[in-house]
Ligand binder design. Structure first.
Ligand SMILES: [Zn+2]
Ligand SMILES: [Zn+2]
Length: 383
């Protein structure tokens, strides 16, 4: 699926006045002309790429051009400035935008070069920075009591960074089949065994099988290996996952003008690496859907055989917007640990980790324990 068919590298102009000073208005999620204040939005990705074709019609593997295998490790590209003709270098490792040194125009790269730097679509920031700062302040405020004093002293939520994180957004057309054993309770009663009473159950045992089509829309999987790696950043990974979901249906076709003022992470994994993970998640969704038909088996169903045959799947790459406040906690042994507070820049959902004052935590749990012991003693005495 060619998603950059009519994308233009180089200079983007305001459609109303032709000025080139274009940036994102964080309050609306629109692009804004710095000269005439005209606002507009890049075309919706669902419409532009036909992502709304029914999932049951998906066959085989469909890839957006921004989701194809990363071939080039080259990160530096040269453009000719279309305003003055100068040659300008863009380091796609850090941005897909650069200013022309001569005429100060901003040049953007919108074509999906095969190094993972340009995704098919992106969700613009819509929670402004000051709102994100307030969210982070509130989040940390609630955890103030146990927070490390040094963290409290150095806490500066204004240092929050807007980051576009790379994801794959996946539609899956699959067929699920599962079979196993289910139990339904007929009655329960108590019998006396020696001096004890025991509960007994009469149950019916059934062979249970389910077979159905599964249509998964916009399954969202991280495509930066640093975040996928559980060992290195289990903490960060969980934080980012817990501020999901994103309203991916509102993603726009990639336009580098949305990036000014933000940093971004490059996708560095390919579809074949992420496919097993997507398959597991689609399987979980199928199992969860089957649950709604299993109410009769009140003692549960054990699946002995489960199959998920993927008939068709569609992968597009996306940048999703997150405000990140990070804090390096220096430990007494010289090591450091990275803490994060992350804000979903579409919904405002906030999650994070705050360094803990271990002494205070231990003291409080000791007090709680003592109170517990005292209460226990009183109850014993009263009893
Ligand atoms: Zn304008
Ligand atoms: Zn120029």
């Amino acid at each position: 699926m060619q998603t950059d068919a009519d994308a233009i590298d180089g200079l983007t102009k305001c459609p109303r006045c032709g000025a080139t000073e274009i940036s994102l208005n964080q309050a609306t999620g629109n692009l804004r002309c710095g000269f005439c204040r005209h606002e507009w939005q890049a075309v919706n990705a669902v419409e532009a790429f036909g992502l709304d074709t029914p999932i049951e019609q998906l066959r085989g593997l469909v890839l957006g051009s921004g989701a194809t295998t990363i071939e080039s490790t080259e990160t530096v590209r040269t453009f000719k400035c279309s305003a003055c003709g100068a040659e300008v270098v863009v380091d796609t490792e850090h941005s897909t935008q650069a200013r022309c040194h001569w005429c100060r125009n901003t040049l953007s790269m919108n074509q999906q070069i095969p190094n993972g730097a340009v995704p098919d679509m992106l969700l613009p920031f819509r929670v402004p920075k000051d709102a994100a700062v307030a969210k982070i302040r509130e989040f940390v405020g609630k955890r103030q009591f146990f927070a490390h004093p040094r963290f409290k002293k150095e806490f500066a939520p204004e240092n929050v960074m807007g980051v576009y994180l790379p994801y794959m957004v996946i539609d899956v057309n699959a067929h699920a089949a599962m079979s196993g054993v289910g139990e339904h309770e007929l009655r329960r009663y108590t019998v006396k065994v020696g001096d004890n009473h025991e509960t007994r159950y009469d149950v019916e045992i059934y062979q249970v099988s389910r077979e159905f089509d599964v249509h998964v829309n916009d399954l969202t999987v991280e495509s930066s290996s640093g975040r996928l790696d559980q060992r290195v950043s289990a903490n960060t990974n969980n934080i980012i996952n817990s501020i999901m979901p994103f309203d991916t249906a509102n993603a726009v076709r990639y336009d580098a003008n949305y990036l000014s003022g933000f940093t971004m992470e490059r996708r560095d994994t390919n579809v074949e690496h992420l496919m097993p993970l997507a398959q597991v998640q689609a399987g979980d969704i199928a199992r969860y859907q089957a649950n709604s038909t299993l109410a009769y088996y009140d003692r549960g169903v054990r699946w002995d055989n489960e199959r998920l045959d993927v008939v068709g799947q569609r992968w597009v790459s996306a940048y999703l917007p997150v405000w990140l406040y990070s804090y390096y906690q220096r430990k007494s042994d010289g090591s450091s640990f990275l803490h994060y507070v992350a804000v979903n820049a579409r919904t405002g959902e906030t999650m994070g980790s705050v360094p803990i004052n271990k002494g205070k935590l231990l003291a409080v749990s000791a007090v709680v324990q003592v109170i517990g012991m005292v209460l226990g003693t009183i109850i014993l005495v009263v009893g």
